[in-house]
Design a protein around this ligand. Structure first.
Ligand code: S3P
Length: 204
């Protein structure tokens, strides 16, 4: 299925009550773990941070897993945890920045799931990460900007497969969360109001 067809299908599934899972994707520093709990709270759903889920299962923080057991081992744990978590209902799930780029992962986001790509530039991502306590081993290199830009370039095609895109540059977590909610619920309401027709929004 093409990206556009998938987005159209996701939009057509936005009938009241038909969405039971929201998955937030995007690069490190996009705000997934900050915005996710706000959205979950407003929906009355449960927030799940996939990194926390992996850390809880492994009994070790993600950065220690990556440093100690290697990136491939972390990706396997992340994949297992993601597969399980994405079967739950009424959840907002923030997946790690690398999750969408692993084979078969975006295909798990099927009916009843809406995926939201929080867009961020490499420079803004690094500024946000610098102000945060969670270590990101993949960016602990001499030229962090070059590393972030290169990773982002490799992953953009996967993030782009998200149903909804939201720009997070110069915007607060509350504004971004409000945007996500607006982009989901009112479209269902509009559909009722306009007899089945809604405008498709490309981005915020
Ligand atoms: C990673 C992103 C991190 C975490 C790990 C690897 C990545 O999560 O899963 O450090 O490959 O982009 P966040 O996107 O929540 O920072």
């Amino acid at each position: 299925m093409t990206t556009l067809a998938r987005k159209r299908r996701a939009e057509s599934s936005l009938e009241p009550g038909s969405v039971e899972r929201l998955v937030i994707i995007g690069f490190m520093g996009a705000g997934k773990s900050t915005v996710g709990p706000i959205v979950a709270d407003r929906l009355g759903w449960t927030f799940i941070d996939l990194d926390d889920e992996v850390a809880g299962r492994a009994g070790n923080p993600v950065d220690e897993i990556i440093r100690g057991r290697g990136l491939d081992a972390f990706r396997r744990l992340e994949s297992d945890a993601g597969g399980e978590v994405l079967r739950r209902r009424r959840v907002v799930v923030a997946v790690g920045g690398g999750w969408p780029a692993e084979p078969g992962h975006m295909e798990l986001l099927t009916d009843g799931t809406v995926s939201v790509w929080l867009r961020v530039s490499a420079a803004t991502a690094l500024a946000r990460i610098a102000a945060c306590v969670t270590p990101r081993p993949l960016l602990e290199v001499a030229d962090r900007l070059a590393a972030a830009e290169s990773l982002l370039a490799q992953r953009r095609e996967h993030y782009r497969r998200g149903d909804i895109e939201i720009d997070t540059e110069h915007r607060t977590p509350d504004e971004v969360a409000g945007d996500i909610l607006k982009r989901i619920a009112p479209r269902a309401r509009d559909r009722e109001r306009h007899g089945g027709h809604t405008e498709r929004e490309e981005s915020a």
